[in-house]
Design a protein around this ligand. Structure first.
Ligand code: HEM
Length: 269
């Protein structure tokens, strides 16, 4: 439902100091009326797709990767909200954010198909100009892994700048979703996931959160498999621009689990 703008409502004041309230609604720092373009910072956003070649498909390639990074940003925001909700014993709220995480991850899996419309020779028209850039260096992707429970300091050497390393160090030192889940179980006097699954009626809310976490894990595993198929389709067994063996390296990541215990518990039922 559209909420009518209440310019004199203090709660409606944007967080950002970029805007101030004028007689006719919000204005930017230069006194211009807030618009669709200025609110979304579209001039800036749409000026960020300059490629390195004249190849037709480079625009698609850049936009798809940027869209992933924007969704990664939202995922991190939502996953942090899941962790805070678990810390606050607010399980319905944790479920709410986990449902959104699942839908976004489905979108990320579907989006792979857009890049598969690229014909391999068309990709080769500009691929050499990307090296040594690679998804390998996606800081937000590693942040999602680290926040979810899959911490691997080894990836720090792949990132280029001190700022990026600082961001990843902070994630390495911060509690994970798994830590928050285990603390929650401990507060409830539950010894482990097996106990939750052994009596799902008694632990209904914990059970639903556990399944929501598993959805997140499954979403990532599915994305990994889907990404590999696309990579194989585009470059076969060539090495990656990031310097790995390519498909062979990616296949070695398929065993990664955010919450191994939630997978193992199935076998124990
Ligand atoms: C034509 C399309 C693509 C190709 C050929 C490709 C290829 C590769 C290869 C070969 C790697 C292994 C690392 C390396 O040596 O470079 C890799 C890693 C990665 N790629 Fe892609 N990729 C493509 C599209 C994408 C897209 C759209 C994303 C979305 C963000 C993405 C995200 C990643 C991530 C996060 C990794 C690291 C995975 C890990 O270490 O577990 N890639 N990619």
């Amino acid at each position: 439902m559209a909420v009518p703008v209440q310019p004199d409502d203090a709660a409606d004041t944007p967080k950002s100091p970029r805007y101030r309230l004028g007689g006719m609604g919000y204005q930017d720092a230069a006194g211009r009326r807030l618009s669709y373009a200025s609110y979304l910072q579209l001039p800036e956003l749409l000026s960020l797709q300059a490629g390195r070649s004249n190849a037709h498909d480079e625009l698609l390639f850049i936009v798809v990767h940027q869209a992933y990074e924007l969704w990664f940003k939202v995922l991190l925001h939502e996953l942090e909200a899941v962790r805070s909700s678990l810390d606050a014993d607010d399980l319905p709220e944790a479920r709410h954010f986990l449902r959104r995480v699942k839908v976004i991850e489905q979108l990320l899996i579907e989006q792979v198909e857009v890049l598969e419309t690229m014909r391999p020779p068309d990709f080769l028209d500009f691929r050499s100009q990307l090296a040594p850039a690679s998804g390998f260096q996606s800081v937000q992707f590693r942040e999602i892994e680290f926040l979810s429970g899959l911490k691997d300091r080894g990836y720090l050497k792949l990132v280029e700048s001190a700022e990026e390393r600082t961001v990843l160090e902070a994630r390495l030192n911060a509690p994970t979703l798994w830590d928050a889940y285990q603390d929650l179980l401990a507060r409830r006097g539950v010894r482990g996931a097996a106990e939750v699954y052994a009596d799902q009626d008694r632990h209904r809310d914990l059970f639903e959160v556990s399944e929501g976490l598993l959805d997140h894990d499954e979403g990532f595993r599915e994305w990994r498999s889907r990404h590999i198929l696309m990579v194989e389709r585009q470059i076969g067994n060539k090495p990656g621009t990031g310097g790995s063996t390519g498909v062979a390296y990616l296949q070695s990541t398929l065993d990664k689990r955010f919450f191994p215990e939630l997978w193992e518990v199935r076998s124990q039922l």
